[in-house]
Design a protein around this ligand. Structure first.
Ligand SMILES: CC(C)(COP(=O)(O)OP(=O)(O)OC[C@H]1O[C@@H](n2cnc3c(N)ncnc32)[C@H](O)[C@@H]1OP(=O)(O)O)[C@@H](O)C(=O)NCCC(=O)NCCS
Length: 179
């Protein structure tokens, strides 16, 4: 299962030593602003277990992102097959979560560009999608910088959130392989 290298990042499988820093990120209200809840240590660890199980099942997943210069774990950038049903599923989603101390340096975009190439050239996908709440402009900027496009007719209510939940409405972005 391939590791992915960029100028500044190593995207790799998860290590036990990532669990502490990942749990701190998942307990940070800035990182989790556009998610329904902060995660406890146990919930964060369970998410790592699910990500690693996804790698075993699919051969790809949400890679742990490490700064090559220091070896520090700074979050994840990668791919996932959503388990819910929606008009655009089955699909492969690209997503990212980066430690707030590292925001605004182009790291998510740099890693995501490499993941897009991996998705199309190595895995052979024809399309990837990404979604978030409309207010998550940081994440939407990353989608736009990847060349993803948003058609408002694709917007959807997230099936895991109850009707009336303020984060239920989502925007969907798509990117098709054009080579
Ligand atoms: C989304 C996220 C991964 C971006 O990481 P990052 O490494 O800072 O991303 P980049 O530096 O590549 O790009 C961020 C872009 O958002 C812009 N941005 C930052 N703060 C912003 C704000 N308040 N409003 C609008 N745009 C903003 C940056 O300027 C940059 O765009 P630009 O290059 O056009 O200037 C990071 O903010 C994060 O982890 N957020 C919390 C988790 C999350 O919401 N994940 C996505 C769930 S769908």
């Amino acid at each position: 299962m391939a590791e992915i290298e960029t100028d500044r990042l190593l995207l790799r499988r998860w290590r036990d030593s990532d669990r502490g820093p990942f749990a701190r990120m998942n307990a940070d209200p800035a990182v989790m602003e556009y998610f329904p809840a902060l995660l406890s240590r146990a919930e964060s660890d369970y998410l790592v277990d699910q990500i690693e199980a996804h790698f075993e099942r699919q051969g790809f997943g949400a890679w742990a992102a490490e700064l090559r210069a220091t070896g520090a774990f700074i979050g994840f950038i990668g791919l996932a097959v959503p388990r819910f049903e929606a008009p655009f599923t089955p699909c492969v989603e690209i997503g990212w979560r980066i430690d707030a101390a590292c925001w605004g340096r182009g790291l998510a975009t740099e890693g995501a560009h490499a993941v897009v190439r991996h998705a199309f050239d190595v895995i052979g996908l024809n399309e990837i999608v990404s979604f978030t709440v409309p207010a998550n402009t940081r994440s939407r900027r990353v989608m736009e910088k990847l060349g993803m496009t948003h058609d408002p007719s694709d917007d959807f209510d997230h099936p895991h959130l109850v009707p009336g939940h303020p984060m239920r409405r989502h925007v969907l972005y798509r990117l098709r392989r054009d080579w």
